[in-house]
Design a protein around this ligand. Sequence first.
Ligand SMILES: N[C@@H](CCC(=O)N[C@@H](CS)C(=O)NCC(=O)O)C(=O)O
Length: 208
Amino acid sequence: MIELFYASTPNGRKISIMLEEIKFDYKITEINLSKGDQFNLNFRKISPLSKIPAITDHKNKISISQSGAILIYLAELSGKFYDADNRISINQWLMAQMGDIGPMLGQHHQFHHFNPGKSKFGEERYFNIAKRIYKDLDEHLSKSNFLAGKNYSIADISTFPWIARHNWHDIGLKNYKNLSKWYETISQRPAVIKGYDCLKTGEKIPQV
Ligand SMILES: N[C@@H](CCC(=O)N[C@@H](CS)C(=O)NCC(=O)O)C(=O)O
């Protein structure tokens, strides 16, 4: 049994989608970020930077934070979505998500979606960076079906929930043909649909 410490954000959804994809038994412990649950001392023992997602694998008696580390752990445990002969490429795209795509789109959310009008510089900077991410991903996906080649991997699982915020981005996902196709393909996977709404609130994956 895996316990997932979760909130319905792109980082949280990476792990609920992965757990659905690998069909592991899991339970969710919600962390209410606006109420500050992430700063509880017990949670900080699991997640030293006070961030979701985190997991406890009760069978193996191990706790892990940081979505990339969790995805790798679950991929190795299940033997899925982390092909041994393609790990260099999967790692590259997984790290691109962790270090660039997620943090930059996250800043774009802050300036453009949550706090418009507060900083012209911040809004412009992260809008431009977000557009560049769309363009670069679109270009890359013109050459392969998935981020790390022909197979769906943890690199796709980690990136998908960020692109699923495309309505907040105001960039026009439909204008990026290859990225849209990739997004639509992944959004139709039953495990992705289930993992996206793991709290069963009825929230649907935004369409292109
Ligand atoms: N690098 C972390 C980022 C996780 C992250 O930023 N989590 C956010 C929610 S999406 C969070 O817990 N924020 C609460 C806080 O910083 O107080 C990962 O990949 O897991």
